[in-house]
Write a protein that binds this ligand. Structure first.
Ligand SMILES: Cc1ncc(COP(=O)(O)O)c(C=O)c1O
Length: 487
């Protein structure tokens, strides 16, 4: 039988593509009508879909119907204006168009030769961003350093940890792997722990240093110094320190300057994870949060969090790309080509874990071009203002407390327990979280700070306005009233 399948027919793409764009635009128009947090039960979809793929083609109309009836109920609406959980993951028209174009070209840009524009645009937009963030010159592509797009901040910290590990092992000998020690505060994202596991760092040599209420959950250089000194006395080798600007629990900021100097003094690699808060540092008034980045060997920020660039797009800069390439480069015959052999180009396959890579710089380029720096700055400022407003609302209600100083657009708060509450408000706040999220009206998340169950309200969805903040506050107040009445 003749094969009639035309998998990429330009006219079909035009017709279906228009329908899909209409569908997505309608989704955004009606996004507030859905429960923000999906309310389905585990395994719901298996009940709704057949056990095997169809033998014959189905219509796009039928697929749309299933998306409406079966898929959307299982979606948690990260782009809803009432989404305040975790940290945001922004979409935007510009980011979406960039994703579309990337899907359209569908290139795999592991080496320069596989699509020169993909590599070269990535180098250029990362230099643009480095300029917006006022990163030190060494992070620009003109010298030994430069930027690269990773899938996630987890991949970013893994690749620099591998580079740092191999760099120190070249100096002290491969047999010393089990003596290598990594330092970070207990507020550091678990991505670092995972990276240590993958990199073969002995579990006991990952120093999770206490950062408590007294330092607003930032890592004290004295605490780091003490740990480093103890390890040196024990014959261990400190080699990697990770600081965070905008920790995941409470958006705390580690003191980069002091920690960076300490790292330098002990010959350690200093990585700065600004996955969420890095975006704010394009505003002159927030740039000081990354003062001290001059001391860093590597710096990361997720454009896919708070920078209107659709997931995934994690930016990583290094001052010296050589250790990265030394750790991650392979040069099989089937990938050899003139430009690479002549060292005339960057091959980003040597800066990351996988070989294949998407044309992700397109969406960041679209965001920068269609919005421009000033709009991006106002966007960030607006979210921070809205978070400030939410913080003020909490302060008007004596049943609640703001738990840690607000940084950027994250507010950490809780419902105050009665003085004789046996778990100091743990269950009370857990129940409040559960109730507001089950209402479908808003979605917030939680953390634990100094043993207390704390609610996190992160402003950052692209459609959030003042009225959504007020509505969210009312939802929280109403559920708190019901909860307190039932005790
Ligand atoms: C400070 C920080 N670092 C790293 C991560 C991990 O990000 P990713 O999902 O890109 O690996 C997060 C996620 O929220 C984060 O807040």
């Amino acid at each position: 039988m003749e094969n009639t399948l035309k998998p990429m027919d330009a006219e079909q793409l035009r017709e279906y593509g228009h329908k899909m764009v209409d569908f997505i635009a309608d989704y955004y128009k009606s996004i507030e009508s859905f429960p923000v947090l999906s309310q389905v039960k585990p395994g719901y979809l298996k009940e709704l879909l057949p056990d095997s793929a169809p033998n014959h083609p189905e219509s796009l109309q039928d697929v749309f119907e299933d998306i409406r009836q079966k898929i959307i109920p299982g979606i948690t609406h990260w782009q809803s204006p009432e989404y305040f959980a975790y940290y945001p993951s922004n979409s935007s028209t510009a980011g979406f168009l960039g994703e579309m174009l990337s899907a359209g070209f569908n290139i795999v840009g592991f080496s320069w030769v596989t699509s020169p524009a993909a590599t070269e645009l990535e180098v250029i937009v990362l230099d643009w961003l480095a300029k917006m963030l006022k990163l030190p010159d060494q992070f620009f592509s003109a010298g030994q350093g430069g930027g690269v797009i990773q899938g996630t901040a987890s991949e970013a910290v893994l690749v620099v940890l591998l580079a740092a590990r191999d760099k120190i092992l070249r100096k002290v000998g491969k047999k010393s792997l089990e003596k290598l020690v990594v330092y970070a505060s207990d507020q550091t994202h678990s991505a670092l722990q995972k990276a240590c596991q993958i990199a073969g760092i002995v579990q006991d040599n990952f120093r999770v240093l206490k950062a408590d209420r007294n330092s607003n959950y930032s890592l004290c250089p004295e605490v780091a110094l003490e740990a480093i000194s103890n390890d040196l006395s024990a014959g261990l080798i400190p080699f990697f320190l990770c600081a965070t600007v905008g920790t995941t629990s409470s958006a705390a900021v580690d003191p980069l300057s002091e920690l960076g100097k300490l790292s330098k003094a002990y010959g350690m690699w200093f990585h700065v994870d600004a996955a969420y808060a890095g975006s704010a540092c394009i505003c002159p008034e927030y740039r000081h949060y990354i003062d001290g980045v001059e001391e860093a060997d590597s710096f990361g920020m997720n454009a896919h969090k708070w920078f209107l660039t659709n997931f995934d797009c994690s930016l990583l800069w290094v001052k010296d790309q050589r250790p990265l390439v030394q750790s991650l480069s392979t040069n099989p015959e089937f990938l050899k080509n003139k430009a690479s052999q002549e060292n005339a180009v960057v091959d980003f396959k040597d800066w990351q874990i996988p070989l294949g890579r998407r044309f992700r710089s397109l969406k960041l380029w679209m965001v920068l071009r269609l919005y421009g720096l000033e709009n991006l700055q106002s966007y960030i400022r607006n979210h921070i203002n809205l978070a400030e407003q939410f913080e003020q609302l909490i302060k008007t209600d004596s049943r609640f407390e703001v738990v840690s100083p607000r940084n950027f657009s994250l507010v950490c708060f809780r419902l105050l327990p009665a003085f004789d509450d046996h778990d100091n408000g743990y269950k009370l706040n857990y129940n409040l979280l559960d109730a507001v999220n089950a209402s479908g009206k808003i979605f917030i998340s939680h953390t634990v700070l100094s043993g207390n169950f704390v609610l996190r309200f992160a402003v950052g969805a692209p459609l959030t306005e003042e009225k959504h903040i007020k509505e969210a506050w009312k939802v929280l107040q109403d559920h708190a009233t019901t909860l307190l009445r039932s005790i």
